[in-house]
Design a protein around this ligand. Sequence first.
Ligand code: SF4
Length: 292
Amino acid sequence: MARRTLISFSGGRTSAYMTKRLLDERQPGDEFLVVFANTGREHEETLRFVDRCDKAWGLNVAWVEAVTHEGRVACTHRLVDFATASRNGEPFEAVIAKYGIPNKVYPHCNRELKLNPIHDYVEAQGWEKGSYETAIGIRLDEADRMLADAKAQRLIYPLVRWGVRKPDVLGWFRKQPFDLYLEEENGNCVDCWKKSRRKLLTVAKKRPETFDWQARMEAAYPFSGANADGQPRRFHRQGWTTVDLKARARLPFEPFRDGNHVRDPELDDTDGCTESCDIYTPDLIDLMGRAA
Ligand code: SF4
């Protein structure tokens, strides 16, 4: 039976693998929408990778960016492409101006920068809610992140069904003519507040200027959005400002090397946040329906 599938392409290897394989295995009549939501804070190599995958494999990727509106109106989308995509955090800044700085207490950025613009795009294509499934790029080694009510929400996990783990994806890419030329700590938004402290410190040590944008956001929008305690909002856990983060990165620590450093709870824990920015993660589902 023909199926409709929405694929949220994150710009990482795992979702690239899933997207290609789903399209390779498509049956006559199957329909796909492949969407990449650009926040403006992705690394240039992520954007190049999305563009390369699209051109090499004919994915027909729709690049969307959030458009923020006044009042109780969720973000809609605008279409961009590799050439016109924002690279200075413009969609993200507009979301911050309205909803405030995102952090563990106010985790709205995925919802407003990805989920809502993607759904707005899908609706604009005439796909009604309930008429399609959404493929989520969670691998077998990450299966604990699958949602218990996935079936009710029409979420599918093809990589889990295929038994694909991280080494399978890496091994497959080693045989391809191109790869994602990016250190793991720079995936998703380069300065994502969900990342472990070790990853953030590593980014700050190698390229301190990466955090200039967040420093500007913390200075310009400390009280934007909801504010339960009257204190200025900050991105990072334990109330660290980006200035604190950059200062700590100048002290000795063992930088992030994927699976090759001695684990330290202080540096490697994420305080219950998943580092993932999938459009359906447990922490996002908690947030859906809450007033922003
Ligand atoms: S959760 Fe992280 S990666 Fe996702 S939109 Fe927010 S800052 Fe960016």
